[in-house]
Design a protein around this ligand. Structure first.
Ligand SMILES: [Zn+2]
Length: 548
């Protein structure tokens, strides 16, 4: 109740409040009795924001200082506080593939960054980074379902990262852009051979170059930051004190920009330009889609960690950037026609040395390299290629036909690896893929998250989880990628007249977002999903069976 009152206060002034939100919020108290007779018309624009590496804890930690877009959604939105990227390899590519597909990596086929969007055969238009495409992505996404209903539906997806821009759109995206190291927004030849005029025009303005030589200092007075700044562990002891500077040389500055708060600003400017030039959300009776993935929080989180003054300031600046973006969008389009969704691709754990300091224990660095090296040597001795058995992100992949052709019995080779890996100090468990489904996947989140991870046709017999807080040897910065809650717990929120503001504490998954948005847009998903519609967050008229 208090949350609702608070949310409604925060929303006073929004144009839709009087007509739509007030009855919705009231009926949330008596969902069955006073269901609104008429469902709100579908949005003309769905804005899906993914913040790379955003911890839900930041919203509470900095609550009083979030006066921009993050604050607006957090206070005025339907906020799910117990939401997860419910899969084991909590990395950018699998996380983004789940946002708008409603499906776990087991089903999208995107299991890790290294098996994400990288594709040599699809170079960037104009260069400035490795080739990329969605060719590994399987199945459909929200934008496919929208186009089945309305072939004129438009969508724009953008990010600093290729995978952040590509994967939310599955294979359906056409207008998909990301940041090249030379400071341009570009795409790959998978999508088009030349950039459209509006993207060329945006690039000609050289917004990234204008930040050369700029100093990143604190947004608020120093008293507003409870964190110590002088923690020499951060940034591996290199640059752990404010202010931080972008190089004066423009070529070096645009290459370094992804680590600075202004990168997110450049992207929101690009998004607004796209909305205007593609006329997204401008047509009554049609729904368009804008997907925006903002990556500086990930860069800052890796470099300085989630406890740092730097991440605090970055989140405040992201909040202001998103606030300005929402205000500008509301000047371009009627706010009553825009639905927002926000989540993250993964969380992050503290800086290795800080974990040690807090727990008064040395960080257990886990070294599986000797086991892998011994196995690689055994393969070489039999003239087998490394691809016969290879390791990535805690997963052992095997190529059984190749092993057999080399006279190796795959099952005994896998058993031997399992035994060797279990003996490595810090390895908490080595799960076998074939027995995962027999586990208690309700109470054993690790088994469930591995089960959600690997498609049945990818031969990945062994799945390794380190002890909570342990890190693979060689890790030098704050990171993520484990099946534990500190990496899997993410924000999940919706905002707009279709949603009942408030706090929702039930267990939810990011795969629930696409079906929920599909219900709001009024399109049926065209395949079986892992996620479900988050009915309690919807206004009563939308909780009934979908419009046909
Ligand atoms: Zn990351």
């Amino acid at each position: 109740m208090r949350a609702l009152a608070h949310a409604r206060r925060a929303l006073v002034g929004a144009t839709f409040l009087s007509t739509l939100l007030a009855p919705a919020a009231a009926s949330a108290q008596a969902p069955e009795g006073r269901a609104a007779a008429v469902a709100p018309a579908p949005p003309q624009l769905v804005v899906f924001v993914t913040v790379d590496q955003l911890l839900p804890a930041y919203f509470e930690r900095y609550a009083d200082q979030l006066t921009g877009g993050l604050g607006r959604l957090y206070r005025g939105g339907a906020v799910f506080t117990n939401a997860f990227q419910d899969h084991a390899i909590t990395e950018t590519a699998p996380g983004h593939a789940s946002t708008m597909s409603g499906r776990h990596p087991r089903s999208t086929g995107i299991v890790a960054n290294n098996l994400g969007v990288n594709e040599e055969g699809a170079p960037l238009v104009g260069g400035g980074g490795p080739g990329a495409s969605p060719f590994r992505f399987r199945g459909t996404v929200l934008y496919d379902w929208m186009r089945f209903r309305d072939p004129t539906a438009r969508a724009l997806s953008l990010s600093r990262k290729d995978r952040g821009a590509i994967l939310p759109m599955g294979r359906a995206g056409r207008e998909v852009y990301w940041y090249a190291t030379d400071g341009r927004m570009t795409t790959s030849t998978w999508y088009r051979d030349t950039l459209p005029a509006w993207v060329q025009g945006f690039n000609a303005r050289r917004l990234p170059h204008g930040h050369a030589g700029r100093t990143w200092s604190l947004l608020l007075p120093e008293e507003a930051y409870a964190e110590e700044d002088s923690i020499p562990l951060e940034d591996a002891g290199r640059s752990f004190l404010f202010p931080h500077r972008l190089p004066a040389d423009t070529a070096r500055a645009v290459a370094a920009l992804p680590g600075f708060p202004w990168m997110d600003e450049v992207l929101t400017h690009f998004a607004l330009e796209g909305v205007a030039r593609m006329e997204l959300g401008a047509r009554a009776g049609h729904t368009d889609l804008l997907a925006m993935s903002l990556s500086t929080t990930d860069a800052v989180g890796h470099r300085w960690g989630p406890d740092s003054r730097e991440i605090h300031d970055q989140v405040l600046r992201l909040d202001r950037t998103l606030g300005a973006f929402v205000d500008s969008l509301y000047r371009l389009r009627d706010s009553a026609t825009i639905a927002f969704a926000l989540t993250a691709d993964h969380g992050v754990a503290s800086y290795p040395g800080l974990i040690a300091r807090r727990t008064a224990l040395p960080v257990p660095f886990v070294d599986v390299r000797p086991v892998l090296a011994a196995n690689a040597a055994a393969l070489r001795a039999r003239n087998l290629p490394p691809s016969a058995m290879w390791w990535d992100d805690g997963v052992l992949y095997v190529d059984r036909p190749v092993l057999r052709a080399g006279g190796v019995d795959p099952d005994s080779a896998i058993r031997a690896m399992a035994t060797a890996l279990r003996r490595v100090p810090g390895v908490a468990r080595v799960d076998e893929w074939r027995t995962l489904a027999q586990r208690d996947t309700v109470r054993d989140a690790i088994a469930r998250r591995w089960l959600h991870m690997i498609p049945p046709d990818i031969d990945a017999p062994l799945l390794v989880s380190l002890a909570p807080g342990a890190l693979y040897a060689g890790t030098t910065s704050a990171t993520h990628g484990t099946p534990y809650d500190f990496n899997a717990h993410v924000p999940l929120m919706f905002y707009g007249p279709w949603f009942v503001p408030g706090r929702y504490r039930q267990f939810t998954s990011v795969v629930d977002m696409a079906p929920t948005l599909a219900r709001v847009v009024g399109v049926p998903p065209s395949e079986a999903l892992d996620g479900r519609v988050l009915l309690p967050a919807l206004v009563p008229a939308l909780r009934a069976a979908p419009r046909r």
